[in-house]
Design a protein around this ligand. Structure first.
Ligand code: ZN
Ligand code: ZN
Ligand code: FE
Length: 825
């Protein structure tokens, strides 16, 4: 120990955030050693605590580098520094055992192989040369292998692999990159790969040559299953049309595009345009699938992504993937291995049973996957990466809550039904689960329940309130109700579109006490507080509540959910709402569309409409997209997945035409007063209405103006004229997009004027709901509204589809708990 100098100081530094299990203590240790400081560092229940002594100047450098050189997986929230009164005599600098009761670990997301590990697997002299499970403190599996708490090796699927002496030495050495990294392994002690035929018994290929054997099978056009980080993939040569078609047939998946993996950006560039932001996203530690415009010199078979002009590419994110792709100068299809509608397979046992008929051969490994992690999906829109599916690489990264939410209650929000996620809120942060999928599938639903429990265990989360959607038939709502009853907890039910808007506000850091914004929620469907189906909503909203200022004019969904799968039903309903059928017959019977519709059981539909039998009215933007898409002959008879029509419609837009055309080019929309039964003023929270929220009602009836409809009827006149004149689908798709954008913009101005008359000034406009995954809609509407002086908020780190709903649900619940007019008393 150095002799003490007069300028010496003692500091206590407390670091909060994701600082455990990410190599933070060794980082502190190395810094202290380099700077010749004495002291100690340890984990406790709140994060990392450092006591450090040394010269003033060195301490200041220490404090600065603590943050600037923090390990890649750490996420510092706060650093508090305090001078210690008494002088602590330290012998050197040490990492000491964790103290202070239960250590609450923040878990990092699964992370793509880091540069140092990549170097090792390509260095022949390294003991991890070509080892497919190489990882370190800065990379590798995390949530995907965690079974329980505390987060250390025995509670992960690495429990079966005791460390060999060499690995143990690395694990114990604070100077090593693998110090206390739980998933580390090497060829001596770690997991292994093997190749197996599903039809013949026994392993295939020579040991040590599995990767080569896999590649030669791919080159021969075979479909293989490959066990990865968060599940199994089905893989084949993406440039082999026969293999790709065979995969489609086997998987019985005919519509949705297949994800692709390529060795490097250069290979991707042959097929797609890759912007700087897109490249950065592809190369990020999360390594998601990025949707790219297929504008390269070369083309992939149509069956990769039928009907769309984008391709979803990712880069290899594990050593196994790196080794597989190393020699391939063409992309592989890497689609999740599952049967249609079922979740991705994760266990070897399941795989052997369920992959028969899908894959011929399987590249297995024996590092079990504890938690299914789908590949995340990102699209760059308006220059920002937007998550469409948030899972591997991002979850369980915490989302900081905006000012005002500091001392919030512990909340568990159950999300929606499709693309479901759930959300834990505690202390100032929200933990959003990975994409769970569609709960109506029993395996997905069982997984969702398992994960709810796992996350609560991992975060030692004891909810004080449960939150669910207003829809009584969502399985998530039913489960929340059952839990509320069995655990004797209050349940708050939140209106769907209000939750979309709140989700958008949270991720944009809008404080709890914000003045109301104009929320535009466009999606497929959600239950409104008036009991009807909503989906094209204009809400004056803050976290606590909302007032429905306007909506798309409701149109019948004939056959209920059948209208989602059979888009033409929406065309029929929209035409019926816009015209007298006789007039249509007189004027447009020459149209192919008319012919098509005539062949459908129109008399029956007519009866359903007339008697209001299974033909609920819905103000759904999603169904309007379906109706137009089917009318112009894109996705008409059957949609293979929800939103297919909208995606094809977007893809048909001619961007040059869009920017070159003038106002008159747009299909017209009309703003009208609701004719007879005006829109009910939906006000949150309906489920709590019995509790007495008179003040809330007063607050959210701020606008004295009657709610309005945005009526698409006029667009149908123009569209039928276009059809008569043989306009191209791309002209019609472009005119529709422009019409919708201008219709919305006009409505916004009208609503803002009305609000102004009531003394309310609209400055911010929050855009959310699944329709805003549409690049043209989001980019052009934002540009239009910002040119008028509004500030547009949109979603990026959280999906704007129902995958982001649980975050909004949680925030709304908190806002209402903190309300002084306590709704519970
Ligand atoms: Zn690494
Ligand atoms: Zn080892
Ligand atoms: Fe929704």
């Amino acid at each position: 120990m150095k002799p003490k100098k007069s300028a010496e100081k003692n500091l206590e530094i407390r670091v909060r955030g994701r600082v455990q299990g990410v190599g933070f203590r060794p980082h502190v240790w190395r810094l202290a050693h380099q700077l010749g400081l004495g002291g100690e560092v340890f984990n406790d229940g709140e994060g990392v605590r450092i006591q450090v002594a040394g010269e003033l100047e060195a301490l200041s450098v220490f404090r600065q580098r603590l943050e600037s050189e923090a390990p890649p997986l750490s996420q510092i929230e706060t650093i508090e520094t305090q001078e210690l009164e008494k002088t602590v005599g330290f012998e050197g600098f040490a990492i000491v055992e964790s103290v202070g009761g239960k250590t609450q670990t923040q878990i990092a997301p699964d992370t793509a192989t880091c540069g140092a590990c990549v170097t090792e697997i390509y260095t022949p002299s390294d003991r991890r040369y070509r080892y497919p499970f190489t990882n370190c403190t800065h990379c590798g599996p995390r949530l995907s292998i965690i079974r329980g708490v505390p987060y250390d090796r025995p509670s992960t699927t690495m429990a079966n692999f005791p460390l060999c002496p060499e690995c143990q030495r690395e694990y114990d050495d604070p100077g090593d990159r693998r110090f206390h990294a739980q998933p580390i392994a090497c060829p001596v002690c770690g997991p292994k790969i093997w190749l197996e035929s599903l039809t013949e018994k026994g392993a295939l290929g020579e040991p040590g040559k599995e990767i080569q054997a896999t590649i030669s099978r791919i080159e021969e056009g075979e479909i293989l299953a490959i066990r990865g980080l968060g599940g199994f993939h089905l893989a084949c040569d993406a440039t082999n049309p026969e293999a790709v078609n065979r995969l489609r047939q086997r998987k019985r998946r005919y519509g949705k595009p297949f994800a692709l993996m390529a060795r490097d950006i250069a290979v991707i560039r042959r097929y797609c345009h890759v912007s700087a932001v897109e490249e950065e996203t592809l190369r990020s530690a999360a390594a998601p699938i990025v949707l790219l415009n297929a504008e390269g010199g070369e083309r992939l078979p149509e069956a990769i992504a039928p009907g769309v002009k984008t391709l979803g590419f990712m880069l290899p994110y594990t050593p196994l993937h790196l080794l597989l792709l190393e020699t391939l100068d063409y992309p592989l299809v890497m689609t999740s291995a599952n049967l249609s509608h079922e979740p991705q397979l994760i266990s070897n046992f399941e795989a052997r049973e369920k992959l028969i008929g899908l894959a011929d051969t399987v590249l297995f490994h024996n590092r079990d996957i504890a938690n299914r992690m789908d590949d995340s999906v990102v699209r760059i829109v308006a220059g920002k990466p937007r998550l469409l599916r948030r899972s591997r690489g991002y979850v369980p990264g915490a989302i900081a809550l905006p000012p005002g939410f500091e001392r919030s209650a512990s909340i568990l929000a159950y999300g929606a039904e499709l693309k479901s996620t759930f959300c834990l809120i505690q202390k100032n942060q929200a933990i959003l689960s990975q994409h769970q999928g569609d709960l109506e599938n029993p395996i997905t639903y069982a997984d969702y329940q398992k994960n709810l429990q796992l996350f609560q265990d991992l975060y030692d989360h004891q909810p004080q309130f449960l939150v669910a959607d207003l829809h009584p038939e969502y399985l998530s709502t039913k489960l929340a109700q059952a839990h509320a009853q069995s655990q004797n907890l209050p349940l708050i039910q939140v209106q769907h579109h209000h939750a979309h808007i709140a989700s958008c506000l949270v991720e944009n850091g809008i404080p709890l006490d914000t003045s109301p914004v104009l929320g535009i929620a466009l999606d497929g469907l959600g239950l409104g507080s008036d009991g009807t189906i909503w989906g094209g909503e204009f809400l004056l909203a803050d976290y606590q509540g909302y007032q429905r200022l306007a909506s798309l004019k409701p149109v019948a969904m004939i056959g209920g959910t059948k209208a989602i799968l059979e888009p033409w039903r929406n065309t029929y309903a929209h035409l019926k709402a816009a015209f007298d059928w006789q007039m249509l017959e007189d004027k447009y019977s020459h149209l192919e569309l008319f012919d098509y519709l005539q062949k459908k059981p129109i008399a029956l539909l007519e009866q359903m409409l007339h008697k209001r039998l299974n033909a609920p009215l819905a103000s759904s933007a999603g169904r309007l997209f379906d109706a137009v898409s089917a009318a112009i002959g894109l996705c008409r008879d059957r949609a293979l997945f929800e939103g297919q029509g909208a995606i094809e419609l977007e893809m048909a837009v001619d961007r040059h035409l869009l920017s070159a055309s003038d106002v008159d080019f747009a299909y017209p929309f009309e703003i009208i007063d609701p004719p007879t039964s005006p829109l009910k003023r939906g006000t949150f929270p309906t489920a709590l209405a019995k509790g007495g929220w008179g003040d809330l009602r007063a607050k959210y009836s701020k606008s004295s103006h009657k709610p309005l409809y945005l009526d698409p009827r006029p667009l149908w006149h123009s569209l039928l004229e276009d059809l008569s004149q043989g306009a191209s689908t791309s002209v019609m798709a472009t005119r529709f997009h422009q019409g919708l954008i201008q219709g919305i913009a006009h409505l916004v101005e009208k609503l803002a004027q009305n609000c102004q008359l009531d003394g309310l000034y609209i400055e911010k406009i929050a855009l959310s709901g699944g329709c805003f995954q549409n690049r043209i809609l989001l980019e052009e509407l934002t540009a239009n509204l910002e040119a008028k002086g509004y500030q547009c908020l949109s979603q990026a780190q959280v999906p704007s589809n129902d995958g982001g709903l649980s975050l909004g649900q949680g925030a709304i619940a908190i806002a209402n708990l903190d309300n002084s007019t306590n709704i519970y008393t």
